[in-house]
Design a protein around this ligand. Structure first.
Ligand code: SF4
Length: 244
């Protein structure tokens, strides 16, 4: 076995015993996997799990989500953040319900190259390696090349062992072959604080409008404009509401 194959074999062997039990790993349904990947784009795994399960219970298929009211979709998304993802997810579901899954998944709204590769691999069995921050970190530190079969294992290694600042090299299945073994890393640049940010003003404005339609004059004008541009709210006759 060559070095590349050995490194991947060691990783897969570790994964057999250490894999995280995540609900989207128990399905090959492309819709369910798309929902999970869109939620995971900017939200942590632990927060996504219950929301993913509730979402699939409410809208178990692309057709069901396509037929939902956009207002309900936005309400269901509340608390996950980056709400534009909800609107795009429904647009993607409508595209799939009308015309089926496109060969090029990046044609779907809100689906970039990473999400397309993840859905392509996990749902359609395509030979693509989705490279997220965890996967990229392991690739860079080990200098190894991994195939599409290693995707989930790389994600778990990056999330549980090969951590951003202080990797747990002592428990790493790749330590023998890793040139970065034992290194420490500078703290990553932190995301700017949510408190007091424009994101917070947007979230607050959307929450108010999700409760009930509101007069435009009672709301934060720049937040309204930004939410309107993202298709999250509608302004009509000086009143602001969720899309129908
Ligand atoms: S040995 Fe350390 S740096 Fe290398 S892959 Fe494993 S955890 Fe990451």
């Amino acid at each position: 076995m060559g070095r590349v194959a050995q490194v991947e074999a060691a990783l897969l062997e570790w994964f057999r015993g250490a894999a995280r039990d995540l609900p989207w790993r128990r399905t090959r349904d492309p819709y369910a996997i798309l929902v999970s990947e869109v939620m995971l784009q900017q939200t942590q795994v632990e927060r996504v799990v219950p929301r993913y399960l509730a979402w699939l219970e409410r809208w178990p298929s692309a057709e069901a989500l396509a037929a939902a009211s956009t207002a309900d979709v936005i309400r269901e998304w509340q608390g996950l953040g980056y709400n534009r993802r909800a609107v795009n997810l429904q647009r993607a579901a409508r595209r799939v319900a009308e015309r089926g899954w496109p060969a090029d998944l990046t044609e779907l709204p809100g689906v970039g190259p990473y999400t397309a590769a993840a859905v392509g691999n996990f749902a359609f069995g395509r030979e693509e390696l989705p490279v997220d921050t965890n996967v990229r970190r392991v690739q860079e530190r080990t200098g190894a090349t991994f195939g599409p079969a290693a995707a989930q294992a790389l994600m778990d290694l990056g999330a549980m062992v090969c951590l951003a600042r202080v990797p747990r090299c002592g428990g790493c299945p790749l330590a023998d072959a890793c040139p970065s073994r034992g290194r420490r890393y500078e703290p990553l640049r932190r995301q700017s604080p949510f408190e007091g940010s424009f994101r917070q003003r947007r979230a607050r404005t959307l929450r108010l409008v999700a409760e009930e339609p509101r007069p435009l004059r009672d709301l934060d004008a720049s937040a309204v404009e930004s939410l309107r541009a993202d298709g999250l709210i509608v302004v009509e006759d000086e009143r602001v509401r969720l899309p129908a």
